[in-house]
Design a protein around this ligand. Structure first.
Ligand SMILES: Cc1cc2nc3c(=O)[nH]c(=O)nc-3n(C[C@H](O)[C@H](O)[C@H](O)COP(=O)(O)OP(=O)(O)OC[C@H]3O[C@@H](n4cnc5c(N)ncnc54)[C@H](O)[C@@H]3O)c2cc1C
Length: 315
């Protein structure tokens, strides 16, 4: 079996969910001996992968692939598929993936199972994916010879990557047949100011419990102190206290920081699906029965308006 993981990058940084996807591939390889290959189009980042255990790293000679272009990527992957014939293509479930991987699925006529959160191998590959706002979990077994899957951020921890030897194979793709029918606009920023919450290491997230807009600086001061990004639950965005780009959850961003502070957030399922992959969760709520406490590593029952200023002062 051969697995190919796509390593996405933006602004010369590897997207963390790509490394998490590599962990998924290595996990399968440990159970069935599959070969794990990766492909990275940004050749500036080859060194960043050189210590990871990979059977091969495919890198292009073509400079035009450094910047995202769905049609060029499609053609490059078409050629990769003809040469390497991977049984499984793995992607992080990012905005780019949502844009071009369905086209890839159609072009190569390979089924695409998106938004997965787990993968297992016994006699065949099985993936789990939440459906209906994460109220149900769907288990799918892959029976086709080839398949494409994408993983939600936080499904695996990049800390678990196996290190070892990796040989890179430079490939020259013939992209001359690509008719460029796309007028590229400005790149979509996942958050204002170019901040991408999905790659933030620390997040201070504000819920309705903050009370009013004038209290938002209490959370911002804490965020400044620990160099965190500000996130929020939906009511805070609906009230216009923070921009929608800060919203975390089923209709916002999916995040997997090292530390997630949930301030005055009850833990509705639509919020939890966006942050449950956080490594450490500190939750503060007045309500000792708040569902967020079920997944929190540290649960503080109390008034955040009293606790946070004191905590910030003492940090
Ligand atoms: C289709 C759909 C999509 C949705 N998408 C999202 C989404 O993407 N993201 C999202 O977050 N929600 C989403 N929601 C809304 C979601 O269902 C919840 O309503 C929302 O997450 C609740 O936000 P909250 O926890 O901030 O508010 P609440 O549920 O009102 O919780 C506030 C918490 O703060 C506590 N509190 C109050 N005052 C204080 C204080 N002074 N100190 C400490 N604690 C205090 C309360 O005890 C409570 O636990 C969606 C809903 C639907 C139907």
């Amino acid at each position: 079996m051969k697995i190919l993981v796509y390593i996405e990058s933006t602004n010369n940084k590897i997207h963390p969910v790509s490394l998490e996807s590599l962990v998924a591939a290595q996990k399968i390889s440990e159970s069935n001996g599959a070969e794990v290959h990766a492909v990275i189009f940004n050749t500036n980042l080859i060194d960043a992968l050189s210590n990871y255990k990979l059977d091969g790293l495919i890198t292009p000679d073509n400079e035009e692939l450094i910047y995202y272009h769905p049609l060029l990527y499609l053609e490059a992957f078409n050629q990769i598929n003809l040469k390497y014939k991977p049984n499984l293509f793995i992607f992080g479930h990012t905005y780019e993936t949502r844009d071009w991987v369905p086209r890839l699925s159609a072009k190569l006529d390979i089924p695409f199972i998106s938004d997965c959160v787990d993968i297992k191998y016994s006699d065949k590959i099985t993936v789990n994916r939440p459906i209906y706002q994460a109220k149900l979990a769907q288990k799918l077994s892959i029976t086709s010879e080839q398949a494409i899957i994408s993983f939600q951020a936080g499904s695996f921890s990049a800390d678990d990557i196996n290190r070892g030897v990796c040989n890179s194979n430079s490939e020259s793709f013939d992209l001359s047949s690509v008719v460029d029918t796309i007028n590229m606009g400005e790149r979509f920023q996942e958050s204002s100011g170019g901040v991408d919450l999905s790659s933030a290491e620390f997040i201070v997230s504000v819920g309705r419990g903050i009370g009013k807009e004038e209290n938002i600086p209490i959370a911002e001061n804490l965020a400044d102190k620990i160099n965190a990004q500000i996130g929020s639950s939906r009511p805070v965005v609906d009230a216009g206290w923070l921009d929608h780009s800060r919203q975390i959850g089923s209709s916002g961003q999916v995040v997997s920081p090292k530390l997630y502070f949930a301030l005055g957030i009850s833990g509705a399922i639509q919020h939890l699906v966006g942050m449950k992959g956080s490594k450490q969760i500190i939750a503060i709520s007045k309500d000792k029965n708040a569902p967020i406490f079920e997944i929190a590593d540290y649960a503080v029952v109390g008034d955040l308006l009293e606790i946070i200023p004191k905590l910030t002062d003492n940090l």
